[in-house]
Design a protein around this ligand. Structure first.
Ligand code: RB5
Length: 142
């Protein structure tokens, strides 16, 4: 499974933790598209780049982290084919995959702790889409 991860400066520390966590798992190939420091940066640049790559089929799933997760999810969801879920807990992560077939997980590096975030990432990548009536609803989005 191909995963792409990105952040702005406010999500950098959590992005690093998530990337380190994922590279230990042989079932995932992880591409880090930056940023690579806590120097001030603009979340739309990273969100556009990452969502374009996911929408184009280059990656199965994306993970976007800014201070709140809000800016990243707003930008990513502008792109057709992207279903970016801004999540703060395990329940919404699970539902984002089962019901919404989310293809990007957005999180807030200034909102949630590292322990929870790593569990959220694992759950996101391991929870299948239920399909059925939820597929019909996804078809109505576009
Ligand atoms: C950066 O200060 C912050 O605004 C950004 O990381 C993000 O939270 C925006 O939605």
């Amino acid at each position: 499974m191909n995963i792409v991860i990105g952040s702005d400066h406010a999500g950098f520390d959590l992005k690093e933790a998530c990337r380190s966590h994922l590279v230990t798992r042989s079932e995932f190939a992880v591409k880090d598209i930056g940023v690579f420091s806590t120097d001030s940066s603009d979340y739309p640049v990273v969100a556009h780049k990452l969502s374009e790559a996911v929408a184009g089929g280059e990656y199965d799933f994306g993970i976007l982290i800014c201070g709140t997760g809000l800016g990243m999810s707003i930008v990513a969801n502008r792109r057709k084919g992207i279903r970016a879920a801004l999540c703060h807990n395990l329940y919404t992560v699970r539902m984002s995959r089962m019901h919404n077939d989310a293809n990007i997980l957005a999180m807030g590096g200034r909102v949630i702790g590292q322990g929870l975030a790593l569990e959220m990432v694992d759950l996101f990548l391991n929870t299948p889409f239920e399909g059925g009536r939820h597929r019909l609803r996804l078809d109505q989005i576009d």
